[in-house]
Ligand binder design. Structure first.
Ligand code: CO
Length: 335
């Protein structure tokens, strides 16, 4: 069975240190020494990476051992650089987008590219979205769950979503700039507590702000199984019912109506959670995602879905049909 992992991260083998060029702080750069490769920011260690983060040959071989055919690649969110000057944001986005598009071009049956956008400047973001679609043959983009603490219903961001719908570009919303990260720096809490909350923040913002209502053709996916949203939809709906003066100010539609209108990945790390997620959003909306190649991702891509013992027709949806629909692609391209 064709298997597509729609949530996998990649980096170029190297990239220009634009922090020095633009004289800003916080820009990620690579340091290679003693055979190690480290992502650094302002002289501080951020993360160690290995060749499976940048080498197509290594990645494709690893995916073959997992029995997964296609990887949908997106940059690592530390590269979003939304808090950097817009010119830097555009320059790094173009560099990263050219890199993923080249990989897709080199391995058309193994790699599908997602782009990144300089979301701190909406007109530059739309320009780059158009370049991705029209010049680089890229079918979707990954964006953050908030943009410099502006939520995704912010009126200034709306034209980006409108353009994505017009161009038929899929969107992957990925947590970054996690809420509360300064208040809970220990125990990896920004990743373990902040990230699931970020997805609920993004989904609630797009529902209550009326973005999903106004753009019914937008093909949008929220990472990490939609974070805490599916598990708190009861509370969210109850809040909508009892305090419409607070919740239903911009959109009168019950939030539960939007279940089935957006996609999520399968990154839940728990068969019971995945089963529940399928019940809540429906088996047409869940896609194999792994967060490869990082330790918080699924270590044996595809195993969690296999563990549910679902019928072949359902597995086909989760393993490829839903992802192809989300991306607007045809399965024949990968056979
Ligand atoms: Co990820």
């Amino acid at each position: 069975m064709l298997k597509i992992d729609m949530h996998a991260h990649i980096l170029p083998e190297d990239w220009p240190n634009l922090g020095a060029k633009y004289n800003t702080r916080g820009f990620p750069y690579l340091e290679r020494h003693d055979g190690r490769c480290l992502i650094m920011r302002d002289g501080e260690f951020f993360r160690e990476i290995w060749p499976n983060c940048w080498d197509d040959r290594v990645r494709i071989e690893e995916y073959e051992t997992f029995g997964v055919d296609v990887q949908v690649i997106s940059t690592v969110p530390v590269m979003f650089c939304y808090d950097q000057p817009a010119a830097l944001g555009l320059e790094i986005a173009r560099f990263l987008n050219d890199d993923v598009a080249r990989r897709q071009h080199d391995h058309p049956r193994r790699i599908i590219a997602l782009g990144t956008l300089p979301m701190q400047d909406v007109s530059l973001a739309i320009e780059e979205l158009r370049r991705l679609r029209e010049q680089l043959d890229v079918r979707g983009v990954q964006i953050g769950s908030n943009i410099n603490d502006r939520n995704l219903d912010d009126a200034e961001l709306f034209p980006v979503f409108e353009a994505a719908e017009d161009l038929g570009m899929a969107i992957l919303v990925h947590p970054w700039q996690m809420m509360g990260r300064d208040k809970m720096p220990r125990f990896w809490l920004p990743w373990l507590v902040g990230m699931p909350a970020e997805l609920s923040r993004a989904i609630c913002s797009m529902i209550f702000g009326g973005v999903l209502e106004r753009l019914p053709g937008l093909r949008i996916c929220f990472a990490h199984g939609g974070g805490s949203f599916p598990y708190t939809i009861g509370r969210i709906e109850h809040g909508f019912n009892v305090r419409p003066d607070l919740v239903a100010t911009d959109n009168p539609v019950n939030p539960r109506e939007y279940l089935g209108r957006f996609f999520v990945d399968s990154v839940t790390h728990d068969p019971q959670a995945l089963r529940y997620l399928l019940d809540v959003v429906g088996d047409d909306q869940v896609m194999l995602g792994t967060d490869y190649p990082f330790p918080l991702g699924e270590q044996e891509p595809g195993r969690l879905i296999e563990s549910l013992g679902m019928p072949a027709a359902t597995r086909a949806k989760l393993f490829h049909a839903n992802a192809l629909r989300w991306l607007g692609l045809d399965a024949d391209a990968f056979r």
